[in-house]
Design a binder for this molecule. Structure first.
Ligand code: SF4
Ligand code: SF4
Length: 457
């Protein structure tokens, strides 16, 4: 009952959270036993290395190499699913910074503190890189080629390694990783949060969680529990638990809307990440329909050009619409909070569930081919016949159900802002265009999903 109240009751106050360390001591003991993280990370590194080797040296036909499904189907879908339940915890186990750990261990790093340009421009570069990956995925044979996929993974590990040579701790993960950036923004909608007890921190001398000690390294992303106020950057890796002498940090179950409501679509990255994410999804869904092929043929545009135009058209249109909606609300500045944008806040559920739908569709479309592909790759005849196919209509139904959840989430936010956050001080008519916007986005998603062609999903 308490869990339901925490998740759904319109109360985002600190008292409506469940301290998971107190309620489930086994979770606390899991996080304090640091070997657990080391084991999971090592397992992840081994699987990752296996994927790269399969990509480089395995068969190159997509139906004879399981690495494609594991990388683009299982891995991607798992990361996106983890956004909602585990926040940014994926980053605590991610194999990409493996090279950083190695160069640091070998003392091959300059161990510089992160530079100003990294702090100022890193997040924009990371966001740009993320959308570059989306674009490459949709317009090149990347997801169909084991070799290119392996090269893609190696490039990210190498880039992370270069930043490991330059900087101390994990500058790549904090400032530049494209997956980390989007995972951080998505984690604002997670069901859990890692937070200290700020009262205990107020009396703490030296904040060892941030600075580390002679024996224990500091937080890998220059935070430490004391500096964690949102889910954007903390990996929930629990490393700083051992550094805290006051038993201050804990993990809390919370309302998934808590941070979205507090943040209200504030921040320059939010203002363009969400429109670009939704815009890219509209373009990706549309590219998987016969309509897209018909348009490309009618105007003699190569699909890559048409996709790029649609990607930017949808994204920029959404930026304009959200700006217009924010100004039509008339109240978008707060002396304490600064500038915010409620139109972005109410679209956040769509951005991240839309991504989940896209990844899940790939997974569901290809899961039936997994065992036969494994059989063909390793010559196990008995597996080749285990083929099955999830009907396209079921995939569409699941997709629409998930998107409908974001419609409910978006409506919940609109009514929460009206009733609780602004306490009905702002007339309801000022919220109507948010309702129209949310419904329009929902109908667009449903339309794009319904026109997807079974051959192309
Ligand atoms: S070491 Fe513990 S008490 Fe001190 S600042 Fe960090 S989290 Fe707070
Ligand atoms: S603040 Fe603590 S839990 Fe968060 S990333 Fe840093 S060390 Fe890990």
């Amino acid at each position: 009952m308490k869990i339901l109240k925490t998740l759904f009751w319109p109360d985002i106050g600190e008292n409506n959270r469940i301290d998971l360390f107190k309620t489930f001591p086994s979770i606390k003991s899991f996080f304090y036993t640091r070997k657990n993280f080391a084991y999971i990370r090592t397992l992840g590194d081994i699987i990752f290395l296996g994927l790269i080797l399969l990509g480089l040296f395995g068969p190159q036909e997509p139906d004879r190499n399981i690495m494609l499904f594991l990388a683009w189907g299982v891995w991607w879908a798992s990361i996106v699913l983890s956004w909602f339940f585990l926040g940014r915890m994926w980053c605590a186990f991610c194999p990409f910074p493996g090279m950083i750990r190695l160069v640091h261990k070998l003392k091959l790093s300059l161990f510089r503190p992160p530079s100003k340009w990294l702090k100022d421009y890193g997040i924009h570069l990371a966001t740009g890189l993320f959308f570059l990956i989306i674009w490459l995925e949709s317009t090149t044979p990347l997801t169909k080629s084991p070799f290119y996929t392996a090269i893609f993974l190696i490039s990210i590990v190498t880039l992370a390694g270069v930043f490991g040579i330059l900087y101390r701790e994990q500058a790549w993960c904090r400032f530049l990783c494209p997956l980390g950036r989007i995972t951080g923004v998505a984690s604002t909608m997670a069901l859990i949060e890692f937070r200290p007890d700020y009262k205990k921190c107020a009396t703490c001398k030296g904040a060892p969680c941030k600075r580390g000690t002679d024996k224990i390294k500091p937080c890998p992303v220059y935070l430490g529990a004391v500096a964690v106020h949102n889910n954007l950057n903390c990996f929930i890796c629990g490393h700083c638990l051992l550094l805290c002498p006051n038993d201050s940090p804990s993990i809390y179950l919370r309302s998934p809307f808590r941070e979205v409501i507090l943040n209200k679509g504030k921040g320059i990255t939010c203002a363009y990440v969400i429109p670009f994410l939704i815009g890219s999804q509209f373009a990706r869904f549309l590219a998987e329909s016969e309509v897209f092929t018909a348009w490309a043929n009618a105007i003699y545009f190569p699909p890559i050009v048409l996709f790029t135009i649609l990607f930017f058209w949808f994204s920029l249109t959404l930026i304009v619409i959200t700006k217009f909606s924010a100004s039509a609300f008339k109240y978008f500045e707060d002396p304490l909070l600064g500038r915010f944008n409620l139109a972005i806040a109410i679209l956040i559920p769509y951005g991240f569930t839309g991504e989940l739908v896209y990844r899940l569709q790939y997974f569901l479309k290809n899961i039936g081919e997994f065992l036969p592909t494994l059989g063909r790759q390793f010559n196990i005849q008995s597996l080749i016949n285990y083929y099955f196919q999830i009907p396209h209509s079921i995939i569409q139904l699941i997709s629409i159900l998930i998107i409908t959840l974001s419609l409910f989430g978006s409506l919940y936010l609109i009514f929460y802002f009206y009733y609780r956050d602004f306490e009905r001080e702002i007339p309801f008519k000022r919220y109507i265009h948010f309702l129209v916007l949310s419904t329009f986005i929902y109908i667009s998603y449903v339309t794009f999903i319904l026109i997807q062609s079974p051959e192309k999903v």
